[in-house]
Design a binder for this molecule. Structure first.
Ligand code: 6GU
Length: 225
């Protein structure tokens, strides 16, 4: 999969994909992330990409020309399955959306800034608008990083243990059960005996009960779905 990300602050996106699972995905050739600086595509002086909004009001708006120049130049090279605009008024991102997007070949993400981007770009170029939650970020970059991570780790072959994505929280509308590692006794705090039983049927059942209990107390809304 290839994910191209257009940003006016590309420095924000230099390191998130160079570590851990995202790095492994890149090293295996399963995920390629390219950061594109919107300022490279402006025709205005001093690399201007934004301007005041018609009708007045505080805050700048990303202009049509640089955005359209960038997208049309990239579309010469790549056929995108989705052109995603990261925006607080988009559809709230969740695990089913991550699962769906992980099946695509090429994604283009547009990071807004300031007051956002010209509505005509949203109307004519964007195919999907996504938010990562009900709070406001300074720009779409961190949201694009969140999407890229959540999607990238689901690409087949990225995770070592394929089953580990299947047992994530949310994958079956249940939160993940508690986990323990060595030592078995730390300051008198021991681990549940069942985990040492060697009986995998019993262990699976215990984990399921714990997941259900956790979901009931922390996220009962997930069980209504
Ligand atoms: Cl996608 N962008 C911004 N600027 N703020 C957000 C967001 C996106 N999702 C939640 N808050």
């Amino acid at each position: 999969m290839k994910i191209d990300i257009i940003s006016v602050v590309p420095d924000l996106l230099t390191s998130p994909f160079s570590h851990s699972i995202m790095k492994r995905a890149a090293d295996k050739g399963l995920l390629q992330v390219n950061i594109i600086n919107l300022r490279q595509y402006t025709t205005y002086a001093r690399a201007q990409v934004d301007d005041y909004q018609f009708g007045g009001g505080a805050g700048m708006v990303l202009m049509m020309e640089p955005l359209v120049n960038a997208v049309e130049a990239l579309q010469q090279q790549t056929s995108y399955d989705e052109v995603i605009y990261l925006t607080p008024d988009g559809e709230t991102f969740n695990q089913p959306m991550a699962n769906q997007l992980s099946l695509k070949n090429n994604l283009l993400m547009i990071c807004g800034h300031y007051k956002g981007i010209d509505q005509r770009f949203r109307d004519h170029f964007v195919t999907k608008e996504i938010s990562i939650g009900d709070y406001v970020l300074s720009g779409g970059e961190l949201a694009a990083a969140v999407l890229t991570d959540a999607i990238g780790r689901l690409i087949p072959g990225v995770l070592n243990d394929e089953s580990s994505a299947l047992t994530d929280s949310f994958q079956d509308n249940l939160l993940a059960p508690p986990v323990y590692t060595r030592p078995e006794n730390f300051r008198g705090w021991t681990i549940p005996n069942v985990l040492k039983s060697g009986n995998h049927q019993l262990i699976d059942q215990w984990r399921y009960e714990q997941a259900l209990e956790r979901t009931k107390t922390r996220r009962p809304d997930l069980l209504d779905e």
